[in-house]
Design a binder for this molecule. Sequence first.
Ligand code: CUA
Length: 356
Amino acid sequence: MSAEEPVASQESRTQVRQMLLIGAVASAFGIAFALWIEWFPAQASTQAPTIDTLWDVLLIASVPIFVLVETIVLYSAIKFRMKPGEELKDGPPIHGNTKLEIIWTAIPAIILVGLCTYAYVALVDIEKAEANTMNVRVVGEQFTWTFFYPGEGGEEIGSKQLYLPAETPVRFTVQSKDVIHDFWVPAFRMKIDAVPGIDTHVRVTTTTRTGEFPVVCAELCGLGHSAMRQSAHVMSRDEFEDKLAELSEEPAGGGGGDEGGAPETDGKTLFTDAAEPATCGSCHTLSDAGTTGTTGPNLDETLPNLSEEQIRQSIADPEAEITEGFSPGIMPNYGESLSEEQIDALVEYLMEVKGR
Ligand code: CUA
């Protein structure tokens, strides 16, 4: 026994060295691969680079741990597997190893404290308040977002699309009308839950990058969750001012006659355009409108069997009668959010399509 011992420990030392070498090489490849992957869309906020760097640091810290564990598992399974004739053989009994235990407690503790400190510093940095911040109220509901800008005389300007000026700090106040949603613009990297009954806040500072970025809901909120997608349009300050002026005129035009309010009273536009208060097409298929939504009934199939009264009821009081195979509580009650005129326009359009 005493003669074998040095040989055995020398062999095991070689095995440990082999494992560490394989682990180190595999970790290097793993880190290179992880950093090569394009995880996120283009950066469109000043917070985005901070988040992306944090992500890279977390990858560099966690990939070697995963790779080393996998290396030891695979190496042991191959190298130390039971060979024929070794059925009764067992390894030496081990009762604790203080040195090893201290090492495997201390190293993860140091890594965790380091990463938490770094993440906290990054969080304070991305959440800091800036001068001349613009306020936007975001309201989530099944299954749409509405954005409100402070207007003149305390009146808010509502919009179905998010418009933001470039290079501007924005503070979003996020609310929900029904269940928990999550306001997320991946290009901004910032995201916050919309919780019924409370206001949550998130800050984003836009950069010089203008364009259209998806606004999505990141909390499973019901059958139409995947349809809860709109757009954030980042534009120059001038374009934004024009847009806001245009939006503030819209509600006034809707109440009056036909002049100026044409897009709002056109049933087909109401049906298809995501900028309008109703976006029927994101949930309903209707070939005349070119929409392919599948959350709600296919109107190509159901429309021919509906009377004008039933169509009107489906829009203004959708809970009154639910199409077989669909659940209640999914279709928003447009009797509350659309004007009488808009509902008339939608019904008129659908009756027209039905008649074809
Ligand atoms: Cu709202 Cu998912």
